[in-house]
Write a protein that binds this ligand. Structure first.
Ligand code: ASP
Ligand code: MG
Length: 418
């Protein structure tokens, strides 16, 4: 069996949903698990609904939600020759609307997950009914019955043992009969049946979990780009396609901030030795990128740029050395605030931390360390990372910038710059 994942961009319009159907048409009768994200930017729009709701702006939350609802309904009606499936969509809308009429009494992240999870439930419902209408038989499944998670809302951890049993019991029998199963990426549920989400862009991770649990022959991630490129083609017009990569390289790229693939995706694939293809849904005949377990001799330089970063400079007030127990404490504060610095450098009496500006959490970090250190913040920085760098390329890319900090190993150079 194979696993396919279609991202938000591949179901963002009527044309694109048609394109997904035409790809799936050629897999009719083959065992296939299809993981789908929310349509287009729906998740962002649902986030705005949550914010309005939690601020107590019920009317604005309902208005924002209504726009999402109308768009899904009009897409559905444009695709469907009949009203089959409309009732399922209406039920999903009603569930959210009920919730929006209440007053928030629990934490923000809980409501976030109860509301945001609807995006994937809607998109899969639409695609499921449309495929059936096109003669592509498939089973729609609520992934929340399979992926049980803890209650760490917005970044829930999946109980893989439970998921394994469910996958064997619920999916395997269908796949054994050559059926296609459609399910939602990014979401799960607790044992109390509360919805959870697995972290933004988490649909890749869902697809990887199912690939692992069902021992898929391969996972294909369908995107609106040719495959994995060595730089963002929007910023670097001569970016080139990388035809073959290994798990190690991809996990490094994701770690440094390349928007290739959700960082959690690789482990289940590597553990199950499952090859992954990144392919273009706009032209399935293109080869795309193959990611598997292989030794790669030469890779082009890979360029990753991250903007809006912050540098926190910690200076020892009384000239005590930084190290040992302080570093242990610093790492544990970072861990408890879920802050993962992009880069850390420490000297005798200073520590430099470069990280995403996480607003409130960054402030909490600053006040926690301010007890011992002088804290200086610099915002709006860019972090350039080059894997397999050449000096020439490094010069070109940093030419008109002021370097704030540089770190270098033979495989990777990172420059934080203004
Ligand atoms: N729809 C979710 C998001 O936009 C999950 C995903 O796309 O993978 O983050
Ligand atoms: Mg997405």
């Amino acid at each position: 069996m194979q696993v396919f994942k279609f991202g938000g961009a591949s179901v963002s319009s009527i044309d694109r949903i048609n394109q997904v159907a035409s790809i799936l048409m050629s897999y009719k009768g083959q065992p296939l698990v299809v993981v789908i994200s929310a349509m287009g930017k729906t998740t962002n729009e649902l986030e705005a609904v949550v914010e309005a709701f939690y601020r107590g702006n019920k009317d604005s939350a309902l208005t924002l939600f209504n726009a999402i609802k109308q768009r899904h309904l009009s897409t559905f009606h444009a695709l469907m020759p009949s009203a089959d499936g409309e009732a399922a969509l209406l039920d999903l809308f009603t569930e959210v609307e009920w919730l929006l009429h209440d007053k928030p009494v629990r934490e923000y992240d809980y409501y976030y997950d109860q509301i945001v999870c609807i995006g994937e439930l809607l998109s899969t419902t639409i695609v499921h009914h449309f495929l059936v209408a096109q003669g592509i038989a498939n089973t729609w499944m609520d992934v929340r019955d399979v992926l049980r998670t803890d209650a760490n809302f917005r970044d829930a951890n999946v109980d893989l043992a439970f998921a394994g049993v469910q996958a064997q019991g619920r999916l395997q029998p269908l796949l054994a009969q050559g059926k296609m199963v459609i399910l939602q990426g990014f979401i799960g549920a607790t044992s109390e049946n509360e919805s959870t989400t697995l972290g933004r862009e988490g649909s890749d991770y869902t697809a990887a979990i199912f690939s692992n649990l069902l021992k898929a022959q391969s996972l294909t991630i369908w995107k609106d780009v040719e495959g994995v490129m060595n730089a963002d083609p929007k910023l670097f017009p001569d970016a080139q396609l990388i035809k073959e990569l290994n798990y190690t390289e991809v996990i490094e790229m994701a770690f440094y901030g390349a928007q290739v693939i959700h960082p959690k995706t690789i482990k289940p694939l590597q553990n199950g030795q499952i090859p992954m293809y990144v392919k273009c849904f706009l032209d399935p005949s293109l080869p795309g990128t193959l990611i598997h377990s292989t030794h790669l001799k030469s890779l082009p330089p890979i360029i990753i740029l991250k903007n809006d970063l912050m540098l926190m400079k910690l200076g020892s007030r009384d000239f005590s050395f930084v190290g040992g127990s302080f570093m242990v404490k610093l790492y544990s504060i970072l861990e408890s605030l879920h802050i993962q610095p992009n880069l850390i450098q420490n000297g005798a009496i200073t520590v430099h931390l470069c990280m995403d500006d996480k607003g409130d959490r960054t402030q909490r970090l600053a006040s926690a360390v301010a007890e011992v250190f002088d804290v200086e913040l610099e915002k709006g920085l860019t972090l350039l990372t080059i894997r397999h760098p050449t000096q020439e390329l490094l010069q070109t890319l940093t030419k008109d910038r002021t370097r704030v900090l540089t770190q270098e190993t033979p495989e990777t150079v990172q420059v934080l710059m203004k």
